[in-house]
Design a protein. Structure first.
Length: 336
C-alpha cells in the first residue's frame, strides 16, 4: 500500500470514528430528558468469563433490584474494551483499574464515584512478580533476600521468558514497568529472551503454574481470587516481588447520566454490605471516591515516561531537556 493512500484511509477512519463518538455523545445528552430503561455495567474479565459470571451475577441482580432499572453485565477481556464502549455510550457504568480509569476519565466521559474495599478492610492492593514455586528461579530469587526477585529478573533477563498482563493494566503493566524496569534503565522489550502480553491475570498465573513462562506480573487481589476458583494452580505459584500499595479499584459512570439515576447508583454502592454476595469478588464494600485518589497513578505514568526519556541515548540533549521539562510541568499541575 502506498503511503499517501494509507494516510488518506487513516484520515477517513479517524473522521468516521470522531463522527461516531460525537453522535453517541449527542444521543446520550438527548437521553437526559428521557427515562433510561437499561444500563450496561462494564466488567473486565481478569479471569475467564466462566469464572467471572458466577461471582458477578448475584451482585448485578442486587444492583438491578435496588436501582430499579435493568442492568446488563458487559464482559470484556481487556480494559480497552470497556474504555471504548463507555466512550461510545454503549456502557454507562464500569469497574476499572486505576490506569484504565485515568484513560476513561480523559476520553470516555467517565466520572468516578466509588472505590472498592478489600475483603480485609483495606483500600489498596499490590502488584507482584510470580514464578513457578518448584522452579530454580524461585530458589535463586529467594536466596537474594526478601522482596529482591526484581533484582534477579533484571540480572538474568536475557535467559528468561516474561509475561505482562496487558498495556492498560495498573498492576499487570504500569507499576512493574516503572518500579522494576524504567527506574533501572531497562527496556523489557529488548531485555528478555521472549516477552508477551498474556491478556489477564488468570492467564499469567496459568502460564507460570504450567511452566509456559518463567516470570509474570500479577496482583494480590487476583491471586486471592485464584485461591477460591483454582487452588491447585495457586499452590504452584511463588511471589518473588511485591510493589508499593496501589489504590484499590474505582467504579465510574458516564458524567451525562441523569442526576437522579446517579444518586440511586451511588446509594446502592455506598450502602451495600451483603457479605455472601461480595465474598466471591473479594470485597467488603465500597466507599465514596474522588478523581484525585488516582493522581498517584497519573504521576507514576508520567514518571515512567520521564525515566524512559532520561535513558534514551538517541535523543539530543536539547530535545531531552524540553521533554523532561514538559513532564515536570504535568506532574506539578497534578500535585497542585
Amino acid at each position: 500500500m502506498k503511503r499517501r493512500s494509507f494516510t488518506k484511509r487513516i484520515g477517513l477512519f479517524r473522521l468516521a470514528l470522531t463522527g461516531t463518538v460525537f453522535l453517541a455523545a449527542c444521543s446520550s445528552q438527548n437521553n437526559q430528558n428521557k427515562d433510561i430503561k437499561e444500563i450496561k455495567f462494564g466488567i473486565v474479565s481478569m479471569e475467564s468469563q466462566a469464572n467471572q459470571k458466577p461471582a458477578w451475577e448475584p451482585f448485578v441482580k442486587e444492583m438491578e433490584k435496588q436501582v430499579g432499572i435493568s442492568i446488563k453485565p458487559y464482559y470484556v477481556t481487556q480494559y480497552s474494551g470497556v474504555i471504548e464502549a463507555m466512550a461510545a455510550g454503549d456502557v454507562q457504568l464500569a469497574w476499572y483499574g486505576g490506569k484504565s480509569y485515568i484513560e476513561a476519565a480523559r476520553r470516555s466521559n467517565a466520572e468516578v464515584f466509588a472505590q472498592t474495599i478489600n475483603h480485609d478492610g483495606t483500600t489498596g492492593y499490590t502488584s507482584h512478580l510470580i514464578v513457578n514455586k518448584d522452579s530454580a528461579i524461585a530458589a535463586q530469587a529467594k536466596a537474594l533476600g526478601k522482596n529482591k526477585g526484581d533484582e534477579y529478573v533484571i540480572k538474568n533477563a536475557k535467559n528468561l521468558t516474561f509475561a505482562f498482563n496487558e498495556p492498560n493494566s495498573t498492576s499487570g503493566f504500569l507499576v512493574p514497568s516503572f518500579y522494576i524496569f524504567a527506574k533501572n534503565n531497562v527496556d523489557p522489550k529488548k531485555a528478555f529472551k521472549r516477552l508477551i502480553f498474556a491478556g489477564n491475570h488468570e492467564a499469567t498465573a496459568s502460564a507460570v503454574a504450567n511452566n509456559q513462562i518463567d516470570v509474570a506480573t500479577n496482583n494480590s487481589e487476583s491471586l486471592s481470587r485464584l485461591e477460591g476458583i483454582n487452588p491447585e494452580t495457586r499452590k504452584k505459584i511463588e511471589i518473588i516481588w511485591t510493589s508499593v500499595l496501589i489504590p484499590s479499584d474505582p467504579i465510574a459512570y458516564r458524567k451525562d447520566l441523569p442526576e437522579e439515576l446517579k444518586n440511586k447508583i451511588k446509594n446502592f454502592f455506598y450502602s451495600y454490605k451483603d457479605e455472601k454476595v461480595l465474598k466471591p469478588l473479594k470485597w467488603q464494600g465500597f466507599v465514596p471516591a474522588e478523581d484525585k485518589t488516582w493522581d498517584t497513578i497519573r504521576v507514576l505514568e508520567i514518571s515512567k515516561k520521564k525515566a524512559e526519556i532520561e535513558s534514551n541515548k538517541d535523543l539530543k540533549p536539547g530535545e531531552k531537556k524540553k521533554q523532561l521539562e514538559e513532564f515536570d510541568k504535568e506532574i506539578k499541575e497534578i500535585k497542585k
